[in-house]
Design a protein. Sequence first.
Length: 349
Amino acid sequence: MQYSQLGTTDIKVSRVCLGTMTWGQQNTESEAWEQLDYAFGQGVNFIDTAELYPVPRKEETQGRTEEFIGSWLRDRGGRDKVVLATKVMGRSDGSWFRPFTETTRLNREQITYAVEQSLKRLGTDYIDLYQLHWPDRPLNLFADSRGYKHIDSEDEISLDETLAVLDDLVKEGKIRHVGLSNETPWGTMKALHYAETKNLPRVNSVQNAYNLLNRLYEQGLAEVSIRENVSCLPYSPMAGGTLSGKYLGGALPDGSRRQLFTGFTDRYQKDAVDDAVAAYKTFAEEQGLSLVQLALKFVDTRSFVTASIIGATTMAQLKQNIAAFETSWTEELEQGVTRIYEKYPDPAP
């Protein structure tokens, strides 16, 4: 296992970060523990979760993922050997997330409440990386992220107000470092500006979608990551399982997310996705690789990437995913991926 520095912190994280969003919905507590045991046995030291998880979000399951991690930490010990990341929700409807409001916001009252609940569920007194799951200001995100659509909002909570709350939590020792997620170059640079001019916590990471079907991170944020030393932590490097090839030709495997949760992977069901996936699959096999190896190693070899967040619902998937990081990347692979990308640029932003 290889390790990289997380932003400007003194933390070294494994190049593989274990994603957890299926735990408590598709995966039981014992299955979550099995994944954790295996991953840490392979040298993984980095776990990513969120107060929202598992997904799709439901009132009866919300928070279970953090609880499963907490029970594992209590049983196994070694909290100081784990880099634990979680996230607080941005603006969203959902009456069950806060007892005092039906809309989640990134203000003092809500962030303070959220971090206390996450600490309780995780069974720890500090979080290594606390991330804003998405901004408070309205943005077109997730399944509708091609192009910028400006949405005016008179009541948005500014980044400096949010960072001031996080600053207090850092001083209290409840969180160590701060990160962003589903963020833009403007938002990232604005947060860095406030850190410099108002002595607020410096953001050390950005967690956005990035994979062979969605390389929008390269259009602005990649330069920010490198020049400003803000770690890119790409989620969905397998495009929600699409880059395994299992959905090619309209296939809908039993137990897959696309089969279980209609609409959940809409961002990966757009025009040209199948053609792009088929092209990458053919190329990978010509090079003696699986599509999984090609997809995961491509992300791992980007100069702006610090750790890829992988997720799995079965142990076979988890083992295949972690093993893929041992693949050797060659100039021939780079050129082949580039040729396909030029033909099918970002079909699933």
